[in-house]
Write a protein that binds this ligand. Structure first.
Ligand SMILES: [Mn+2]
Length: 419
């Protein structure tokens, strides 16, 4: 009777050690605790090797505490004789930066014998029937860099006596639309197992051959809907000419996080404050991270809510973020909005300008500003001339004098002055 050889591989990624999120040292400890828990889970699962496809560190210049955390975690594997293979994530260092600096922090871990840092090459560990390919982070160029790596070593990919494992730090289009690399493009290379980092959620392809275990701790509040974090155990066994794959998910707890969106409708600031505070008292949980988003329309646009005062209502949580998303006079306040977008909103909502025309109105306003400041592309340009030019393109600015109506009259009035 022959025993079926099974190779057991542990995967964890995006440890982001040293991430002092919200400026809190407690968060640095959280990232260390999460990485340590994931590591212990993999050790308990008796994996034979561990792969970390990028972002061990949160910063390319990790603080001493982050380096000490990394060393302690990797020491856990070293003590059990479990080799660790890593690739470069975008947070570890960019390719250009490491070239300029003579290496990065992962090289230090490699030199200390704590990891095998695979830098755009292929390695064959002794005593295990695997071949590990590692490609660092290249963003949009990942696909072509991967093709280069494969072309240089194509005979190895054809040899199925060893399982071909690829470590990659990239988004696939199946995770985020239009991203760095397509799942199809990656699939055709026929790797037996691809360990992916960069995407911070759990994701496994339909074929089970592409595995993303997600970040070991939450970095973004958009991922809080899944309270647990994961590591993966991948089992590879030779079945005839190919390698069979089984993926197991190991879940563990991290610091509790609560996100709540409160839609208050049309309300005055005082009542909004009271309701927000009541909600916060309700969801206030011991040592949690809380994010409370306030939506609605304030009756009196001259007054807003005091986000800090609301946040201070919580007594148990570690950190509370109250985000004021109230609508002022029909214009939603957004956190990241360009001047052009603000103008488009104003034209649309305050002046009832048709959607199809708002861009032209924005262009006109920007050109008018340049003309007034005397820095227009066309030096002879004046606001009057611009209005004339644009009236051909913007129907609502049309010089058709036969039309009447309140709105048009007022516009004609202002144009009259220009003439
Ligand atoms: Mn990351």
């Amino acid at each position: 009777m022959s025993t079926q050889e099974v190779i057991k591989i542990g995967q964890m990624a995006d440890l982001h050690l040293g991430f002092r999120q919200y400026g809190l040292f407690e968060r640095v400890e959280d990232f260390w605790n999460a990485a340590r828990t994931a590591s212990q889970k993999l050790i308990d699962a008796e994996v034979q090797l561990v792969v970390i496809p990028g972002d061990i560190y949160n910063d390319k210049r990790p603080y001493p505490i982050a380096q000490r955390h990394a060393m302690r975690i990797l020491q856990m594997f070293k003590e059990k004789d479990i080799p660790v293979y890593v690739t470069r994530g975008n947070h570890d260092a960019s390719y250009a930066w490491r070239e300029r600096q003579g290496g990065d922090s992962l090289d230090i871990l490699n030199d200390l014998g704590l990891v095998h840092y695979i830098n755009d090459t292929v390695v064959e560990p002794k005593n295990l029937n695997v071949r590990i390919w590692g490609l660092g982070y290249y963003g949009k160029a990942t696909g072509s860099k991967l093709v280069d790596l494969i072309e240089q070593n194509h005979e190895l990919l054809e040899d199925k006596s060893k399982a071909n494992i690829l470590l990659l730090h990239a988004y696939l289009d199946s995770m985020i639309e239009g991203e760095d690399l397509s799942e199809y493009e990656l699939g055709i290379h026929n790797f037996d197992y691809v360990a992916i980092g960069h995407y911070h959620k759990w994701w496994v392809s339909g074929s089970k051959r592409i595995v993303c275990s997600g970040s070991t701790e939450h970095t973004l509040s958009s991922d809080w809907d899944e309270p647990k974090r994961s590591a993966a155990v991948v089992e590879l066994s030779k079945k005839g000419p190919s390698w069979h794959i089984v993926v197991n998910r190991l879940r563990y707890n991290v610091r509790p996080k609560i996100a709540r969106i409160l839609d208050l409708g049309l309300i005055d600031a005082d009542h909004a404050m009271v309701t927000a505070k009541d909600t916060l008292r309700e969801i206030d949980e011991d040592k949690a991270l809380i994010r409370l988003e306030l939506h609605g329309k304030l009756k009196d646009v001259s007054r807003s809510v005091d986000s800090r005062e609301i946040a201070n209502t919580a007594t148990k949580a570690l950190h509370v973020r109250v985000i004021d998303m109230f609508d002022f006079g029909g214009i939603a306040i957004k956190h990241d909005i360009s001047v052009d977008q603000v103008m488009a909103e104003v034209f649309k909502k305050q002046f009832n300008i048709d959607n199809s025309e708002t861009n032209l109105w924005v262009a006109l306003a920007l050109e008018a500003k340049d003309a007034l400041l005397g820095r227009g592309v066309d030096h002879g340009s004046t606001v009057e001339k611009l209005l004339q030019d644009y009236s051909n393109r913007i129907p609502s600015l049309s010089t058709d004098k036969t039309q009447s109506g309140g709105k048009r009259t007022s516009k004609r009035g202002s144009r009259g002055k220009a003439n």
